[in-house]
Structure formats: structure tokens, C-alpha cells
Design a protein around this ligand. Structure first.
Ligand code: FAD
Ligand code: SIN
Length: 521
């Protein structure tokens, strides 16, 4: 296998909202490389539908956005992180608008919509239900104005390069060539872990690579048990899963069971706009009661022209699967959507490893606590992406460019012959069935035993993107399962059927690190 070596000032792994916003901050400070494992714009960011939460409407206040975020986080948010997010949010959105972002308007005023657990209409949206695409467009265009930023697509990061406890670069693979890239500072912005579960709203890139490579390098990860399940993903045995935005319910859609009965008012005072974990569990309960693999989302009572204009992407996508959302009930069931845990950072994006920074969904700033308030993650990517960029620039002032060592990587002859697809499918099904919306000691232990059978994968020297993704998925599946086992209590998105109360340790956070295993912080 060929190999090459390169030097740069800053290396950002990830081209979503967090990575791009960090790149914009770093571009005036030196040479920046943005690595993505697929096309530049292939990540969760581009698929975001509902919108971006910000306290900018006349009826809203930063204080109320703060309170809603804290309430959704169920007692485990880092209050300082939340304050930073909601206070800085408005200036970041106005900046985005000044760069050309087009958010939908009602007349001459920005149009804000509602989503679950928000007490005000505060979600800005674009082209109806394509907010993420608009953000990605504007950020990519802005990045293109800086000649100092190079974008390397289809470059899969395999591992971090650590020297004397400091991150000095990464080893990546592109077109069957190993590329070691050395940098003064490295930012992880690799997104989430939805693909660990067989039902997910997330795109294929979300195999938790950033969390796995940070863990292998010795970084501390936090709150890995907190995975958010979105209540409404399109259900069909013959169509791909895709998200049906919560803003559909924000605009008046209802959930019905397969007998046509509205059920959410029986489960929660906020009915269809209850927090996501409550709605997801209520759906599971109705599915069990009725013996059906799905429930329905009903927006047939909304005016058809409104529905088509407000949700053009969802309308046209459902139509390709013969569901006309203005006339038909939409079959839906929950799916893994977002991970609140991740690589532990402080508010400046610093991780426990010098020279390594993290932002976006891969990071755990503590802003989401045990459950993320809808539409807060795009905002998090902007605010903490920029902050992390600034911190990396300051750190690099006293760091000289590392001397590039030769790339030395040969395929290990002992690489096992793995049935990658079969193992991935089994792992994802195990995560969904045993570590999913409702967990207990028995199911979690079964998952752990299954994952232990594949220990040889973790030890093997693997090279291709597919092999490494499997290894990363397995690593992080272990970490999530261990954290779920440790937290004997139910809080936020983590629900244990054998410990329905919050548990005596509920105020504490779980942490895991390669050397120490999983424990309480
Ligand atoms: P991503 O946008 O996922 O980008 C990750 C990047 O990392 C990609 O460029 C990828 O190529 C790169 N990468 C990963 N691994 C490697 C590797 N090994 N080597 C090299 N590169 C790598 N949030 C909201 O706030 N509002 C919404 O309306 C909303 N809707 C959503 C709808 C859907 C369908 C989904 C899936 C999520 C939604 N979310 C929403 C959540 C939000 O989109 C994500 O949390 C956010 O976009 C994550 O941004 P990011 O920059 O951290 O990662
Ligand atoms: C949605 O549109 O329902 C997703 C919003 C989010 O995950 O923040």
C-alpha cells in the first residue's frame, strides 16, 4: 500500500456544521485541512429538517430558551454551557443571515415554528423542511472564500497520532493510500452514532468514528448512555427509513394508533408535543398494545396547500412511496436520532488530550444533559464550532509544526477475514433490540455478551473504511452498553425498565476512558 506524509497548521475532521464553522474561524490563522470520509456535504447537517432554535422572535427571550433547554436535559445539563449556547445563539444566526442564509419568512418577518418541549415558537426553518441543506450551502460557500482552506473528501481518518501525550496529527486512508497528516492542532467534528442502531434517521456516515478514535487515543468520553430516539421515522418494509420532522406535530399533526385512536393525551400533558423520549416510549407502548410495528402520523386535517408549501421535501419523499401526506395517514415508528454523550470537552472545545479539540455531535459539552431540546444541535455546531476554532488557534501559537515522520503502515497479514455486512447488521439489530428505547440489565448483558464474541475485531489491524467502521461501531456499542448498565435509573432519554426511578446516582455523569473503563465521574 502506498503512503504519504503532509504537514499543515490545523486539521479538522468533519465537514458538517461544526467542522465548517471551526474552519471559518481558523482560516485567517494558517493553513487548514478539512477531511471528510465521503463527499464534503454528506453528514447529518445536510439532512436536518425541522430547523434551528434561537431566541429571536418577539414573543421569546434568551431566558426562556435557557429554561426549556435545562428542562429538556432533565437535570443533567451543564448550566454554563447552556447559557453560552442560548446567549450567543442570536448573534451566530444573524451572522449566518449576513453570509446569505435564507430562512423562511411570514411577510417581512422571520417565521418561527414550534417543536416538542419548546414553550415558544422559536425554530427558524429554510425552504420549509430543508434547513440543514441551507446551512451547509452557506457555510461551504463561506469556506470557499478562504484560499487557506483545503478540503480532502473521501479521506477516512483511521486513528489519531499521539506523541508524548499530545495529538500531532492523524492517519487517514484515501484511494488505497495511507496519508499521515501532521498538524499543530486537530479538531474532531465527526458527528454522531445513529448507525449503531438498525433503526435510525441518520445517514450512513454516522458510525461513531470520532468517538472510537478519541477513545483509542486515551481521551475521556462522557454520558454515553444518553441516546435520543426520534418518535417519527417513516415505517415501511420496502422503503428506506427517513425522518418525519417534529415540526409536523409543531404545525398541528397528531399521532394515532393503528385503530385510528389519538393516544398522546393519555400519556403526557403536552400530548403530541411532549419531550421526545416520552413520545417515543408512548409509541412503543401503543405498538405493543396493538401488536403493530408502527403507529400513524396524521396531518390530513391541515390545509393541503399549506402542507405542500411548508413541508415540500417530506411531501415529495412520501409521495414516491405512495403516501400522499395531505390525504393518507403516514406509518411511523421511532428510530435512533442523536447522541447526547461523546468526547468530553470544556466550553472551549478542549478534550482531555492536548492538541485535540472536539465540537458538534461527537463532543459532549454538557449542553444537552440527558435529553437534547429539539433543534438545539445545529445551533450548538455553530456556537461551539466557532469557539473550538478560536481555542485551537490560541493553542497553536506556541506549537511549531511537527516534524513529519514517515508513514509506516503495511497490511497486517493476520487481518481476519470478516463478514463485514453480516456483523454490522447483527450489531445494529442487537443495539436496537437490547440497548434501544427501553433497556434492562438482562437485555444489556445479552448485548455485551454478543459484542464480547467479536473481541478479535477490536484487536485486529484493519485497513479499509468498511473494516474500520465496523471496529469503531463495535468499540462505541461497547461503551454505550457499559454506560447503560452502570446507570441503574431512568432519566431523560435513558430508560431502564428494571430501574424506573431516577436512581441514587442520578446527578452524576458517567465517563469512560481506555485505561480506566467506565465509571462515575
Ligand atoms: P455531521 O454534520 O454529521 O458531519 C460529520 C462529518 O464528519 C462528515 O463530514 C463526515 O464525513 C465526517 N467524518 C465522520 N467520520 C469521519 C472519519 N472517520 N474520517 C473523516 N471524516 C469523517 N438538529 C437540529 O438542530 N435541527 C434539525 O432540524 C435537525 N434535524 C435532523 C434531521 C436528521 C435526519 C438528522 C440525522 C439529524 C438532525 N439534527 C437536527 C441533528 C443535527 O443535524 C446534527 O446533530 C448535526 O448536524 C451534527 O453536525 P456535525 O457537524 O457534528 O456532524
Ligand atoms: C426534526 O425535524 O424533527 C429534527 C429536529 C432535531 O432533531 O433537532
Amino acid at each position: 500500500m502506498k503512503s504519504s506524509v503532509e504537514n499543515t497548521d490545523f486539521l479538522i475532521i468533519g465537514g458538517g456544521v461544526a467542522g465548517l464553522r471551526a474552519a471559518i474561524e481558523l482560516a485567517p490563522q494558517g493553513r487548514v485541512i478539512v477531511l471528510t470520509k465521503d463527499r464534503l456535504n454528506e453528514g447529518s447537517t445536510g439532512y436536518a429538517q425541522g430547523g434551528i432554535a434561537v431566541a429571536l422572535s418577539d414573543e421569546d427571550e434568551v431566558r426562556i430558551h435557557y429554561e426549556d433547554t435545562i428542562n429538556a436535559g432533565d437535570g443533567l445539563c451543564d448550566e454554563e454551557a447552556v447559557r453560552s449556547l442560548v446567549e450567543k445563539g442570536p448573534e451566530f444566526i444573524l451572522e449566518l443571515i449576513s453570509w446569505g442564509a435564507e430562512f423562511d419568512k411570514e411577510g417581512s418577518k422571520l417565521d418561527f415554528t414550534m417543536e416538542a418541549a419548546h414553550s415558544r415558537k422559536r425554530i427558524l426553518h429554510s425552504h420549509g423542511d430543508s434547513t440543514g441543506k441551507e446551512l451547509e450551502r452557506v457555510l461551504v460557500n463561506k469556506v470557499r472564500t478562504f484560499p487557506s482552506v483545503s478540503k480532502y473528501d473521501f479521506s477516512f481518518t483511521r486513528d489519531l497520532i499521539i506523541e508524548d501525550g499530545r495529538c500531532i496529527g492523524v492517519s487517514a486512508i484515501k484511494n488505497d493510500e495511507i496519508k499521515n497528516i501532521f498538524a499543530r492542532a486537530v479538531i474532531l467534528a465527526t458527528g454522531g452514532a445513529g448507525r449503531l442502531f438498525s433503526r435510525t434517521t441518520n445517514p450512513p456516515i454516522t458510525t461513531a468514528d470520532g468517538m472510537a478514535i478519541a477513545y483509542r487515543a486515551g481521551a475521556v468520553l462522557k454520558d454515553m448512555e444518553f441516546v435520543q430516539f426520534h418518535p417519527t421515522s417513516f415505517y415501511s418494509t420496502s422503503a428506506p427509513q427517513f425522518l418525519l420532522s417534529e415540526s409536523l406535530r409543531g404545525e398541528g399533526a397528531f399521532l394515532r394508533n393503528i385503530n385510528g385512536k389519538r393516544f398522546m393525551p393519555e400519556y403526557h400533558p403536552m400530548a403530541d408535543l411532549a419531550p421526545r423520549d416520552a413520545v417515543a416510549r408512548a409509541i412503543v407502548s401503543e405498538m405493543v398494545k396493538t401488536g403493530a410495528p408502527h403507529v400513524y402520523l396524521d396531518l390530513t386535517h391541515l390545509e393541503a396547500p399549506f402542507t405542500k408549501k411548508r413541508f415540500p421535501l417530506i411531501y415529495s419523499t412520501c409521495l414516491t412511496f405512495n403516501v400522499d401526506i395531505t390525504k393518507d395517514l403516514i406509518p411511523v415508528s421511532p428510530a435512533a436520532h442523536y447522541i447526547m454523550g461523546g468526547v468530553k470537552t470544556n466550553l472551549k472545545g478542549e478534550t482531555s488530550i492536548k492538541g485535540l479539540f472536539a465540537a458538534g455531535e461527537v463532543a459532549c459539552t454538557g449542553v444537552h444533559g440527558a435529553n437534547r431540546l429539539a433543534s438545539n444541535s445545529l445551533l450548538e455546531g455553530l456556537v461551539f464550532g466557532a469557539e473550538t476554532g478560536r481555542t485551537a488557534a490560541q493553542y497553536a501559537v506556541n506549537i511549531k509544526k511537527p516534524d513529519a515522520a514517515p508513514a509506516l503502515n503495511k497490511k497486517n497479514p493476520e487481518t481476519p477475514d470478516l463478514d463485514l455486512q453480516k456483523m454490522k447488521d447483527t450489531m445494529r439489530r442487537t443495539m436496537w433490540d437490547k440497548v434501544g428505547i427501553i433497556r434492562c440489565r438482562e437485555s444489556l448483558s445479552e448485548a455485551k455478551n454478543k459484542f464480547n464474541e467479536w473481541d478479535h475485531v477490536l484487536k485486529a489491524a484493519l485497513l479499509s473504511r468498511q473494516e474500520l467502521e465496523l471496529k469503531n461501531m463495535l468499540t462505541v456499542s461497547h461503551l454505550i452498553t457499559d454506560a447503560c448498565l452502570l446507570r441503574e435509573g431512568s432519566i431523560g432519554a435513558h430508560y431502564r425498565s428494571d430501574f424506573k426511578d431516577r436512581g441514587k446516582n442520578w446527578k452524576r455523569h458517567t465517563e469512560c476512558q481506555r485505561e480506566k473503563g467506565t465509571g462515575w465521574a
